[in-house]
Design a protein around this ligand. Structure first.
Ligand code: C2E
Ligand code: CA
Ligand code: CA
Length: 810
């Protein structure tokens, strides 16, 4: 179907950026290109058909046209879903090749760090199946016993299931599945089933991946996409060499009904069947209800996939269903004939215009994101190929910027998908507004965008572009129906220069993006080769965190909180620090997310509560009456244990419950509303107070907050730090304080660093303040020096922050 490659580049993207030079078509033999070309040809024939029906102008034709248009949209959504799973396999095989001996924990860590399950909402499982000869079994048994990919026997041993001698064993070496998926035991031997054994051997020997309906072993209907992986990264030329270099079969399991339901979203009147067939496998999935009287349309997505859609047939049709079907199936040649027919019937000019309009529309649909109108993943990949080719030819250097909004999920969760969609459209427009004509922006899905900077004409450094984009995000977004403007930030990963494929350039930009997120978000990072190893360092941190609690490597520092009116000291916030034996002092932003992911936050959080209550009780015993604020992570609120933990910490320390304040971030509050509210009420009943931390970043409304027993709002420090630069931030602080007053809550502003800020906060009647201007977090000894000297105890510790020792605690 690649007979007219130039059609891809001619005017496909009229609504957005000028098309690149046609000579970049050399890169066009790639697979995405073939899929695009196929979509275009399908689009061409469909377009012609629609043109024909429109011209005939009967109701039935209109209904057919509508049907075909929606069918085209459904087909292109499915095509993108398939491509996205293919892209995931490419990405994951890169990891497997770089880490052939990866442990299961490293595998899970990698998936988590790349947010793979978040980015692929249809993904249910991803793993690597390896083959072993009986001679290799003992070594694998040792490895799998220490680092199993799934449950072992109840006695902790690794046993082959079902037992037996076989020429070839197939085990899952590493995997991760969604929690409600079937657990595959580590010893489950897939090759005990001759049919599966044949699939595995065929894949290994041919180098061909395939699509399968989910295995019975996995208990439900779905789609498995699998590809063989060979050391060296390419498929060796001979069968013998393939057997030699075979690493394993990388597989993803996708919930086919999710994929189909998503494609049918907004097309309630359609049913759809997705089919795959090639030499090695076939599979079929359906969704939606078949109408009694139906018409259908078939789309060939190439490389084995077909989509058939079904809609209600119109009673009184001029064009017979079957004819329409034939027209559709016959592709571009027949669409040309249809156009000739039109010419005869209605006059050349009008017919040609209609054909052009409709064809353009469908072509646009296949290559653009429906929400923002930006080029989609498929078109972006093609554009990167062109960019790389052009830069190679001219000896220049382009760049890809991978942009991801920070915490977009909480916008969706709290304001709803409609607001989320509105925000994405607004973000897309802002990004586009910052670019030059030669640059391209596309949406990769979700809250991810890619900007391509054309090196050929550039004198602009990609870093400058990234800075401009970050700056552009800093102005609030005003959405219809939302109570307040929204402030979002973004993180950007940049990859500059040549790569052998578009996929590699994007992968590197994505690695840099991950770095930008890990370094605190709202920033950009440029890819460099060491970054892969930094990701591994994080894996190491995770391992070392396991023993940190038992080896007493954690300690608390305390940051003073002041009454704003008279600057008297009213309390302290306990903040966790990790003193690593070789890496030194590690800040919580680097390790708390890991503790949350691994679930260790429960134990560590309990320790923090105990330690903080103990310390404050000691200070109370010597005559102080300060409050102590303790941060509790959202994960800790996932279970009822937290209530007992608080009760026990109070009982063990003897601390007055009225002196304890539990801080919960606004986003954590939003997560599991009913259970969270119930647990907070139980904590509140102990006499403890509750503060909403990082307030303003979660966009909750007055009505929403009312269901929680909250005492204080801690206004996030991004608002405080924007006081001098942003009129919007100043206005927002006013709104947030007013919200607190309406609810009868105390308000506290975090992160006060300048006198301008503190003056502004005073003018807004904020009750309490906390920040480096007044005092940094201090270790207990330094703090005692402040507290125990009555004359100074109630004054800001500004001078003390410059004293030796105290400044080292950020
Ligand atoms: P947070 O709860 O918002 O804590 C305030 C953070 O702001 C602290 O960072 C503090 O050092 C910093 N800060 C205070 N004043 C200023 C200022 O004027 N300017 C600037 N730039 N920063 C200021 P830290 O200690 O690094 O903690 C970071 C986050 O880690 C905390 O944010 C909290 O979310 C989390 N965290 C810390 N300790 C714990 C803990 O024991 N449990 C849990 N679950 N989370 C904790
Ligand atoms: Ca806090
Ligand atoms: Ca905070």
């Amino acid at each position: 179907m690649g007979e007219r490659p130039e059609t891809l580049h001619e005017g496909v993207d009229e609504s957005w950026r000028p098309s690149p030079a046609p000579d970049a078509v050399t890169a066009a033999s790639s697979r995405p290109f073939r899929m695009l070309a196929a979509a275009l040809v399908v689009g061409g024939s469909v377009g012609a058909l629609i043109a024909a029906t429109s011209v005939a102008q009967s109701d039935a034709d209109t209904s057919r046209a509508t049907f075909v248009t929606s069918s085209g949209a459904v087909a292109s959504t499915l095509q993108l879903a398939i491509e996205s799973e293919d892209a995931l396999l490419v990405h994951a095989s890169g990891f497997v090749l770089d880490h052939p001996e990866s442990s299961n924990a490293e595998w899970v860590q990698w998936l988590t760090s790349r947010r793979v399950f978040e980015r692929h909402p249809d993904l249910e499982r991803i793993g690597l199946l390896v083959t072993l000869t009986p001679a290799q079994l003992p070594a694998f048994t040792i490895r799998a016993t220490n680092d199993p990919s799934g449950p072992l026997e109840p006695d902790g041993t690794f046993q082959v299931i079902p037992p037996g001698d076989r020429p070839l064993h197939c085990f899952v070496a590493v995997q991760q599945a969604l929690p409600d998926e079937v657990q595959i035991p580590a010893g489950y031997d897939f090759c005990a089933d001759p049919a599966i054994s044949k699939i595995v051997v065929t894949a290994r020997d041919t180098g061909q991946g395939s699509y399968l309906p989910t295995l019975e072993e996995l208990g439900k209907s779905g789609l498995i996409v699998q590809v063989p992986i060979y050391s060296g990264g390419t498929v060796p030329l001979t069968v013998a060499a393939r057997r030699d270099a075979f690493v394993g079969l990388l597989g993803v399991q996708v919930g086919s009904s999710n994929v189909l339901d998503r494609a049918l979203h907004g097309h309630d009147d359609l049913a759809v069947t997705l089919r795959f067939e090639d030499e090695y496998s076939e599979a079929q999935f359906s969704s939606g209800t078949m109408p009694e009287e139906w018409q259908s349309a078939t789309f060939d997505l190439e490389n084995g996939w077909t989509v058939e859609t079904f809609g209600t047939a119109s009673s009184d049709r001029v064009v017979d269903n079957r004819t329409a079907l034939m027209l559709l199936g016959a592709g571009i040649a027949l669409s040309a004939l249809a156009a000739i027919g039109l010419v005869l019937a209605t006059g050349r000019a009008r017919a040609l215009r209609l054909v052009a309009e409709r064809t353009g529309e469908l072509r646009h649909q296949a290559l653009h994101d429906a929400l923002t109108g930006l080029p989609n993943r498929a078109l972006i990949m093609d554009r990167i190929e062109q960019l790389l080719a052009r830069n190679r030819r001219l000896g220049t250097s382009g760049a890809a910027l991978y942009i991801d909004l920070d915490d977009f999920k909480s916008v969706n969760d709290t304001l709803g998908h409609q607001a989320g969609d509105q925000l994405l459209v607004a973000v897309a427009a802002r990004i586009a507004g910052e670019l030059r004509d030669a640059d391209t922006v596309g949406r990769m899905g979700g809250d991810e965008f890619v900007v391509l900077i054309d090196g050929a004409t550039t004198d602009v450094a990609p870093e400058r572009v990234a800075e401009r984009l970050l700056q552009a995000m800093r102005h609030a977004f005003v959405l219809d129906g939302a109570t307040m403007p929204i402030i979002v930030s973004a993180s950007i990963g940049i990859a500059i220069g040549d790569r052998c494929t578009a996929g590699n350039l994007l992968r590197d930009a994505d690695v840099a993006l991950y770095r930008a997120k890990a370094a605190g978000r709202n920033r950009y990072e440029i890819f460099h080769a060491d970054m892969q190893s930094e990701i591994l360092q994080r894996v190491e941190l995770e391992f070392e965190l396991r023993s940190a609690l038992n080896s007493d490597q954690f300690h608390l520092v305390y940051q003073p909180i002041y009454n704003l009116e008279n600057l008297s000291l009213v309390g302290v916030e306990a903040l966790l620090r990790w003193q690593h034996p070789t890496l030194g002092l590690i800040e919580p932003d680097r390790f708390i997310p890991i503790l949350e992911q691994t679930g260790q936050i429960h134990d560590v959080g309990r320790w923090v509560l105990d330690e903080a209550c103990q310390q404050m009780a000691t200070w109370h015993a010597s005559g102080d009456t300060l409050d102590i604020s303790v941060n509790v992570s959202g994960r800790q609120l996932d279970g009822d244990d937290i209530v007992d933990d608080v009760r026990r910490s109070l009982a063990d320390s003897g601390l007055d419950p009225a002196a304890l304040i539990i801080e919960i971030t606004e986003t954590a509050l939003m997560r599991n509303t009913n259970d969270t509210a119930r647990r907070l009420h139980a904590i509140k009943a102990l006499g403890v107070r509750i503060a909403v931390d990082d307030f303003g970043t979660g966009y909750s409304s007055l009505a929403y907050l009312q269901q929680f027993p909250v005492d204080c709002l801690k206004i996030d420090r991004t608002f405080t730090s924007a006081i001098t630069t942003s009129a919007e931030a100043r206005a927002l602080i006013g709104t947030l304080v007013q919200l607190g007053k309406d609810l009868g809550l105390k308000t506290l502003a975090e992160g006060v660093e300048t006198t301008v800020e503190i003056d502004h906060l005073r003018s807004k009647h904020v009750d309490e303040v906390q920040g480096f201007l007044l005092a940094r977090p201090l270790d207990p000894t330094t703090l005692e020096a402040l507290i125990l000297v009555p004359a100074r105890a109630r004054q800001p510790a500004t001078s003390a922050t410059t004293a030796p020792g105290s400044a080292s605690h950020k």
